[in-house]
Ligand binder design. Structure first.
Ligand code: OOG
Ligand code: MG
Length: 259
């Protein structure tokens, strides 16, 4: 069976805009490779750009043991975050725009210099970083029952749906980001907790891995880019009425209300 990358991208785009979970694409296309899946992700991004949406941040996913275990996928992945996905700190997330959203607490980086792989290290990332900040990411797989393989989730732009950046920007100098404690609360109850080290030993390693993965496609990270480094704890399902807040030691809070 021939594989039509654009056709798969259109299917996933429709699933997102119609808020409808679809069958995993690898059921119909079992021979799809990870490289093909990134081609689908690019085709999906092209559809969004044609509609006038802009990429405003990048993300890494499946960078912590907790997330790998939860999703049963053992390899870090990267995706794109668009302008329409941004929700302001303290703002409102509209549940009805999504399928079955789950929230993650993350550490985000703002780069002050370009980073081109291969061979980029966490130490180089820290030198090139202007600010770090707390973030919430809402993942919303377009697949039935939130179940997928590595190939499926890469094609689906790594379940990206909404994200919130904290309002406080902190220069990384003197911070030990691996030791930064994180709690994720919903309606006052702690639903997850961890530390920066959960993300590949240090969240800067996640940005380094992204730069190195992008170099295989001839791309690099640029000064000014924002990178979400991946969920520190398991993702937690949300429902209308929920108040979600992540508190990160030394970095501040980030919160949102689900309506
Ligand atoms: C895939 C995206 C994972 C993270 O931070 O690990 C991710 C998913 O779990 O749906 O964003
Ligand atoms: Mg995430």
């Amino acid at each position: 069976m021939g594989i039509d990358i654009k056709e798969i991208a259109r299917l996933l785009h429709l699933a997102e805009t119609e808020r409808r979970a679809v069958e995993r694409i690898t059921v119909q296309y079992p021979d799809l490779t990870v490289d093909d899946a990134y081609r689908v992700q690019d085709a999906l991004a092209a559809i969004k750009r044609e509609l006038g949406h802009r990429v405003i941040a990048r993300k890494m996913g499946l960078t912590s043991r907790a997330k790998m275990r939860q999703m049963n996928v053992e390899e870090p992945i990267h995706g794109l975050l668009f302008d329409y996905m941004a929700v302001e700190d303290g703002g409102v997330l509209v549940y009805d725009e999504l399928i079955h959203p789950r929230v993650e607490a993350e550490i985000a980086f703002v780069l002050g210099e370009d980073l081109a792989g291969p061979g980029v290290t966490g130490a180089q990332v820290l030198k090139a970083t202007k600010y770090v900040l707390p973030a919430l990411e809402f993942v919303d797989s377009r697949y039935e029952n939130f179940k997928f393989t590595l190939v499926d989730v890469v094609a689906d732009n790594t379940s990206s749906s909404r994200f919130v950046l904290g309002s406080r920007l902190t220069p990384p100098d003197g911070l030990e980001l691996d030791l930064v404690g994180v709690t994720l609360r919903i309606n006052g109850e702690v639903k997850g907790m961890g530390a920066g080290a959960a993300v590949l030993g240090h969240p800067a390693n996640s940005v380094a891995m992204l730069a190195n993965m992008l170099s295989r496609k001839g791309e690099k990270l640029r000064a000014g880019e924002v990178v979400l480094t991946g969920g520190i704890t398991e993702a937690v399902s949300v429902k209308p009425g929920d108040y979600v807040i992540a508190k990160l030691d030394q970095l501040g809070d980030v919160s949102v209300t689900v309506k």
